[in-house]
Design a protein around this ligand. Structure first.
Ligand code: GLU
Length: 301
């Protein structure tokens, strides 16, 4: 029998701005879950789309994570340098007849709500995207926090893009290739990616890659239910005083106590937090606000 691989989690930010509280929740949640299982924690920079990147944001995010006491156990993997690996995976899918060139524009697909079921391109001269042909089947998986999930890719998603017509690799292909390349066994991330997971599992099956365990953390939303983003200046995380933001993220994850109080090194505070961490306290909900804890275990502030 092959021994179980050592657990490996990861945090994979996109360098579109400074770390905000929502990304700190994902970073801390994935770090705690990996360490709780005695595993490694890796950082991957998802710098796939230069048009969406803020210059310097990637380096700043890595520095800020270190200020919050979290550093990658392996060199940071930069997706902008992984084109050859994505091209090789794409080539296998094309050769197997599972992926195809598509010249459909957004307006070509308007009649089907943007869902691609077959090519209906009006203009056959435009550059082609490459899409995965989605089989008519339901993909099921058991999410460690959100429970049993099932999605019909043909109905809900359609044939999806692996490489955009204007060049960039699509997140869905890159994340699958890199989770496998980095040996990730446990994907812990925000619930906004729950409905991407069946696409990733399908790609893993088609490429013959191992399927990691998934756990999707509640998404931090504001009082109106909007995802917190870098635009919400009211929620900056201050890496020069990491305690308050770490405590907010800790509480948001349903954990009690004050492990981040005091003035000691942030690494020592994280070690205290890890000793107290219980993944069963993480609220199994898709969304929550900061002010309305969804778990009964949050202590007094
Ligand atoms: N880069 C994605 C984000 O910042 C995360 C992708 C993932 O964890 O799979 O939301």
């Amino acid at each position: 029998m092959t021994p179980n691989p050592r657990p490996r989690g990861r945090f994979a930010p996109s360098p579109t701005g400074a770390l905000h509280l929502g990304s700190l929740v994902a970073a801390l949640g994935s770090w705690l879950m990996a360490r709780h299982r005695g595993g490694d924690w890796l950082v991957r920079m998802e710098d796939l789309d230069p048009a969406r990147e803020v210059p310097g944001a990637a380096e700043q995010q890595i520095q800020d994570l270190a200020a919050f006491g979290m550093t990658s156990d392996a060199p940071v993997l930069w997706q902008s340098r992984r084109g050859d690996a994505y091209a090789a995976a794409l080539q296998r899918l094309v050769a197997a007849g599972l992926a195809f060139e598509c010249r459909c524009s957004r307006s070509d697909l308007a009649a089907t709500g943007g869902i691609h079921r077959r090519c209906v391109a009006g203009n056959r001269q435009r550059p082609a995207a490459i899409r995965l042909r989605v089989p008519d089947q339901v993909v099921e998986f058991n999410d460690g926090l959100q429970g049993r999930q099932a999605q019909s890719l043909a109905t809900d998603v359609g044939d999806f893009v692996l490489r955009r017509a204007d060049g960039p690799w699509a997140y869905q292909l890159a994340v699958v290739v890199d989770d496998a390349a980095q040996g990730i066994t446990d994907v812990v991330r925000g619930a906004d990616l729950l409905d991407s997971t069946p696409r990733q599992i399908l790609l893993q099956r088609q490429l013959g890659l191992p399927e990691p365990a998934y756990a999707h953390l509640p998404l931090l939303v504001d009082a109106h239910g909007n995802k917190l983003g870098k635009s919400l200046a009211s929620m900056p995380v201050d890496p020069t005083a990491p305690g308050p933001a770490l405590l907010a993220a800790w509480r948001f994850l349903g954990q009690p106590g004050q492990p981040f109080a005091g003035t000691g090194a942030v690494e020592a505070a994280l070690a205290r937090a890890l000793a107290d961490f219980d993944p069963r306290r993480i609220p199994p909900v898709l969304h929550a606000t900061l002010d309305e804890p969804v778990s009964g275990t949050v202590g007094p502030t």
